[in-house]
Design a protein around this ligand. Structure first.
Ligand SMILES: [Zn+2]
Length: 416
């Protein structure tokens, strides 16, 4: 494996140099082509899967996914490594070319270096090294490069799961090499519930607001009720999930946006506002919840608060529209993929891993809910806090250590 260093660096650079920005979802075909060439050469059978009809899929921006499968010499279980190929926008503050893949000391720089092209390259190196050393292994190894994780995974893993690619009859173990650090095992993630709330008013002349109903004041009452009731209630809930950072071990809610009354004018508009009482105000809430909270209770808690306002506040009216929901996912510590990677980390790094759970979510949700496959973790090199930041990088030694952990895990699972 130590001889693989140059190869690993070159592969990571090649992946970084394809700017798979999402949105809008650029260059998925190009990165699938790179993976296809590489993995076909290593003896994998490859399948291209386009998520036709998924959000964002179009002839201009097709959602291409690649699944590669290598069969062992006899029957056994299948271990699947899943990596998303998309990266988020570059943003400001870079001092290196975000798509250059510069190597400095022990680091490779670029957008997606840690999240998660470094992890993808690591899993490829690990699988190739394992196959070369144990050509007679039992079972199968799959590696997939999938689209759209950064925008919910509907054009990627969700689509593959709907097509049966994660059916427990054909895949038994899944590792998602997201950047959780080489000595941590991520068991799952919290849930998310997104909704838009609109308060309703009645338009009137701004000089006689008593003749109308101000939707913005109604929204103020909603926000006040959140502060007085909902936020303290959420802060009092504490999950058994090992979520990091610590602040995310409680229930949280972000208010994503607020819009009320007249639309904002362009910055070069020099006129004055018209005098109107706003008849609509909207917020989008982003509620992250815990394994211990049923999603219906999460929803009902917000509706109860709004209904309470309706009962005691004159002319209060509202509408609520659900935008999206993600169910929490949590793999048991006794699951075979967890104990296997645990022992491999111990053997390679000489220490016990830390178990963590993600405050946000990643593609495990689709493998769990749609694929009905519970034996899934995130494990891979890279520092999570660098994801989506300027000058994102991945450590070369960390990738090599993670590759050793992955290869050793394959030995445990596929060399019975
Ligand atoms: Zn990621």
């Amino acid at each position: 494996m130590d001889n693989a260093r140059d190869d690993l660096i070159a592969l990571t650079q090649e992946l970084i140099r394809i700017p798979t920005l999402n949105p809008p979802g650029e260059n998925y075909a190009a990165i699938c082509d790179l993976l296809d060439t590489r993995l076909s050469h290593a003896g994998f059978d490859t399948t291209w899967v386009r998520a036709e009809g998924a959000p964002g899929d179009s002839d201009r921006y097709p959602r291409w996914n690649l699944v590669a499968r290598h069969e062992g010499s006899r029957p056994g279980e299948c271990v699947h490594f899943n990596s998303h190929t998309d990266v988020v926008e570059v943003g400001h503050g870079w001092t290196r070319d975000p798509f250059g893949g510069a190597v400095e000391d022990d680091r490779i720089y670029g957008r997606g270096a840690c999240d998660m092209k470094g992890g993808l390259a690591t899993s490829i190196i690990a699988a190739e090294a394992f196959i070369a050393e144990h050509p007679d292994y039992a079972g199968a190894i799959e590696i997939s490069g999938t689209a759209d994780e950064e925008s919910g995974g509907y054009g990627g893993v969700a689509h593959l799961a709907q097509q049966g690619w994660f059916d427990p009859k054909r895949v038994q173990h899944v590792i998602i090499p997201e950047p959780l650090n080489k000595d941590r095992i991520c068991l799952g993630h919290r849930g998310g519930w997104w909704a838009e709330i609109e308060t309703k008013g009645e338009i009137a002349h701004g000089s006689m607001p008593f003749l109308g109903v101000c939707a913005v004041r109604h929204m103020g009452a909603v926000l006040q009720a959140f502060e007085e009731t909902l936020y303290p209630a959420m802060a009092s809930r504490w999950t058994e999930m090992p979520v990091v950072p610590e602040g995310a071990r409680q229930s949280t809610m972000n208010i994503n946006s607020i819009h009320g009354g007249q639309p904002e004018q362009a910055s070069d508009y020099t006129g004055l506002p018209a005098h109107c009482v706003p008849d609509s105000c909207r917020i989008v809430i982003d509620r992250r919840f815990l394994m211990e909270e049923p999603i219906e209770a999460v929803r009902q808690e917000v509706i109860d608060l709004l209904e309470d306002l309706k009962a005691r506040r004159e002319n209060f009216d509202y509408e609520i529209r659900e935008i999206n929901r993600v169910i929490p996912s949590m793999t048991d510590k006794t699951a075979p993929i967890v104990t296997t990677v645990h022992d491999a980390i111990h053997a390679v790094l000489g220490q016990d891993p830390t178990y963590v759970a993600s405050p946000g979510s990643y593609d495990q949700k689709h493998i769990d809910r749609i694929g009905k496959l519970k034996n899934c973790i995130a494990y891979g090199p890279g520092v999570l806090e660098l994801a989506h930041k300027p000058d994102e990088w991945v450590g070369i030694t960390d990738m090599l250590d993670s590759a050793k952990v992955m290869a050793r895990s394959l030995e445990t699972l596929l060399l019975p």
